[in-house]
Design a protein around this ligand. Structure first.
Ligand code: PEP
Length: 257
């Protein structure tokens, strides 16, 4: 079965809800002007929690087939967890995806594999799909262990899932050294990592699961390199940081994919 490409914009901690509304109005205008039909790929926006509702209102009022995701989710289902947001709350707000284990969260917050497994489970139980971020730092790349490193990160989080759960996963291969740097991995690097991650799903689960799992590339994607980075047969789209803050650039990437 053919996989639907996904172009997902991770806004990180940018845009208050007024700016989010302005962005979405501009994106709607740009896509309409380009006669974009939303058929070839899925587009998703991952705003900060505070702007999810504003984005959702604009998606509906502008009649755009755009999915919404959250940049993080609590592993807890509810209760006395000050500052946390549950998967169920996000699903009720219209979210389809959660980003789990982004390198910035792994770096600045105490997220370990146990948290990440529980976040994946909470996301799936709420009927959403997790986008698990993996990828090596410059040091692992220097040692030549980048593929093992990324597949081990996938294995650590997916090991105890059923095949039914695993096939609903998305993985974003995001080499840490390429995030926000202006210089992306090469198309061959992106394809090699995506193929290694897909092979891992085939070995750990089965070929059907491996064929269903969508694998994104992330790290300094822009309109100028998107076509080359999408060329690999195992690359199913992008998780985009910086370029997702510019509606013109983001809409150009969506049209390329
Ligand atoms: C990211 O943070 O997920 C990312 C890929 O950022 P950028 O596109 O800015 O490198």
């Amino acid at each position: 079965m053919a996989r639907t490409a996904l172009v997902a914009g991770n806004w990180k901690m940018n845009f208050d809800h007024f700016q989010a509304t302005y962005f979405m109005q501009k994106l709607a205008w740009l896509l309409r002007d380009a006669h974009y039909d939303f058929d070839d790929a899925e587009i998703a926006i991952m705003p900060p929690f505070t702007s999810i509702r504003s984005v959702q209102v604009l998606v509906e009022s502008e009649n755009m087939k755009i999915k919404i995701g959250a940049q993080n989710v609590s592993e807890m289902s509810g209760g006395a967890f000050t500052g946390d947001v549950s998967a169920e709350m996000l699903e009720k707000l219209g979210c389809s995806y959660t980003i789990i284990g982004h390198s910035e969260r792994r770096k600045y917050h105490p997220e370990d594999d146990v948290n990440l497994v529980d976040k994946v489970r909470a996301t799936l139980a709420a009927g959403m799909q997790p986008i698990l971020c993996v990828g090596e730092s410059f040091e692992e790349r220097r040692q030549g262990i980048e593929l093992t490193y990324a597949t081990n990160q996938v294995a650590d989080v997916t090991r105890d899932l059923s095949a039914g759960q695993a096939r609903r996963m998305l993985v974003a291969y995001e080499p840490v050294w390429a995030i926000g740097r202006g210089a992306s991995a090469t198309p061959q690097d992106a394809q090699d990592a995506a193929a290694a991650i897909r092979r891992h799903f085939a070995q750990a689960f089965d070929e059907d699961v491996a064929n269903d799992v969508r694998i994104l590339y992330g790290g300094s994607v822009k309109a100028a390199n998107a076509m080359d980075l999408m060329a690999g047969p195992d690359v199913d789209g992008f998780l985009i940081g910086g370029a997702s803050l510019d509606p013109e650039e983001f809409s150009k990437i969506a049209r390329i994919v």
